[in-house]
Design a binder for this molecule. Structure first.
Ligand code: ZN
Ligand code: ZN
Length: 381
């Protein structure tokens, strides 16, 4: 397969997950609709009230519980190739939870690991169908596997990042001035898709004082000259996400560039971001990466204005493990992909954030994004 994850990789992931279930001394892993299911099978199943459930027992064959009307969609997914995942189909009037007990080993005591997003209603019904069982989270064993990306995944993440780079360049090129943030956010969504994403996932467009709010929702505010514009945008391509932030200054009517205060926090953010990117290598802790940017910003006097963690893992989800935050003593390994996104936010005035998607390689950190990071002054016309 030229664009996507190969069927062989899904077969390998299912085997690794099965081994991890045995290692955790659990009876089975029960995976509902969501990113864990996509990672294991390539199946982006319908969410909803009908039970879809991948059953990965420590012993015995794997199985997939599917509503009859969704069976063709399941069988078309690469993880189901070669009959690897036998379907246990239920009809509209069946109780799908009665399919469960025969699928799992009768070995006592029973303990099940459920995916993070499995509906509470499903979990409660499973607990009724499998009385006396213990329950835990599948993410405890899946997240350590998912966060080490293979070469195929890194190719896809890089392609998504480069599509986001092109979309960013188009938006920065304008027109911006005199238009609302919401209008520009619609442009962002169009540009993300036109540049190669399957879907646009988010578009933060924060102008002037709104740039001081890290998760600002694009508003009816008119973008003006002589102020900053923060753009944090991303989309999904072949399942994998992009996530990039750039902050630009829109020149004043007379062509004047940024005021000194803005330039100061921009340069400080850029220095902190560069320090963190340079610190990426196998063996470094995620809290040390956070600290490497934070120390630069604190030394410049703005530590209290860097009010969020440095970054988050990036893959099938926009936010996933690992989290780059104080207190996370886990170490980076080659194949980890995550954002590096320090910011300085001065309430009522303006803010700056610079964000790239990074991959940790055996040699060190590499940015998947290539959009320029220096302070850009644009006309916005
Ligand atoms: Zn972002
Ligand atoms: Zn991010």
């Amino acid at each position: 397969m030229s664009d996507g994850i190969s069927a062989a990789r899904y077969a390998e992931r299912l085997l690794r997950a099965k081994a991890a279930v045995a290692e955790a001394e659990a009876t089975a892993m029960l995976v509902g609709v969501g990113p864990e299911l996509e990672w294991l099978t390539g199946y982006a199943a319908h969410g909803g009230e009908r039970l879809n459930l991948l059953v990965i027992p420590a012993e015995g064959p794997l199985g997939y519980i599917s509503p009859r009307l969704e069976a063709p969609a399941a069988l078309a997914a690469p993880g189901f190739a070669d009959g690897r995942l036998p379907l246990h189909v239920w009809d509209e009037t069946d109780d799908p939870f009665l399919l469960m007990p025969p699928l799992v080993s009768p070995r006592e005591p029973l303990r099940f690991l459920v995916s993070d997003g499995l509906r509470a209603a499903f979990v409660l019904a499973l607990q009724t169908a499998l009385p006396g069982s213990g329950w835990g989270l599948a993410s405890d064993v899946l997240a350590p596997l998912r966060r080490v990306k293979d070469a195929e995944e890194i190719v896809l993440l890089r392609a998504a990042a480069q599509a986001a780079d092109r979309a960013m360049e188009r938006i920065i090129s304008g027109p911006l001035v005199g238009r609302t943030e919401a209008e520009v956010a619609r442009d962002v969504r169009d540009a993300l898709v036109e540049e190669g994403h399957d879907t646009a996932e988010f578009a933060i467009v924060a102008s002037g004082p709104n740039s001081a709010s890290p998760h600002h929702e694009p508003s009816q505010r008119l973008i003006a000259t002589g102020e900053p514009l923060l753009l944090d945008i991303g989309g999904r391509r072949a399942g994998y996400n992009s996530d990039i932030t750039r902050t630009v200054w829109i020149a004043a009517e007379d062509g004047a560039g940024p005021e000194p205060g803005f330039r100061e926090i921009y340069e400080l953010t850029a220095s902190g971001q560069a320090a963190a990117r340079a610190a990426v290598r196998p063996g470094v802790t995620f809290e040390a990466l956070d600290a490497s940017a934070r120390e630069v910003i604190a030394a410049g006097g703005y530590g209290d204005h860097f009010i969020h963690r440095l970054g988050h893992g990036l893959g099938l989800e926009v936010h996933e493990e690992p989290y780059l935050v104080a207190g996370n003593h886990e170490v980076a390994v080659a194949g980890n992909t995550f954002s590096c996104e320090p910011g300085i936010y001065l309430g009522g005035r303006y803010g700056v954030r610079i964000e790239d998607a990074m991959v940790c390689t055996a040699e060190g950190g590499e940015s998947l994004n290539e959009a320029p990071r220096e302070l850009r002054v644009v006309s916005g016309r």
